[in-house]
Design a protein around this ligand. Sequence first.
Ligand code: SF4
Length: 167
Amino acid sequence: MKVCEIFLSIQGEGVTMGLPTTFVRLTGCNLRCKWCDTTYAYEEGSEMSIDDIMVKVKGLGCEQVCVTGGEPMCQEDVASLVDHLIGQGYLVTLETNGSVSIESLQCSEHLMISLDVKCPSSGENEKTDFSNLELLSPNDQLKFIIGDRQDYDYAKGILDRHSPATW
Ligand code: SF4
């Protein structure tokens, strides 16, 4: 699969915020959010096998691993990569933009799906695949990037309609 970068840093968002984390950033994204801060991940990177990725991740010595992008679900081997990481004892977060099916991911207590529901200011909110929300478990999290009042109202409407408290 094409990998943009693998590096150790601190998770900056969500329930694992503040934890040392190895980030595996995969190349390519099917969206073009207006405020994207990771445009270099659209194209840059090099091919790596899952074994190569596992060696690099092991070398960084961190229990938490975040598979991100770009949009990681665009790569067909991503579910296999997640399975390998979990099989080696890592706690995995998979960050996705919500527009590509997450059906291929196996539910696991060692996997947290962080699903970004794009709001109107992104310019990509109509691409969300809301059937993905039905596949989430209480272990997972939703993310909304709020740029203005319209985004806030949109996010509230999504939460009202999809009742995440009952997941
Ligand atoms: S989904 Fe993420 S990587 Fe893709 S364009 Fe939007 S912000 Fe950038």
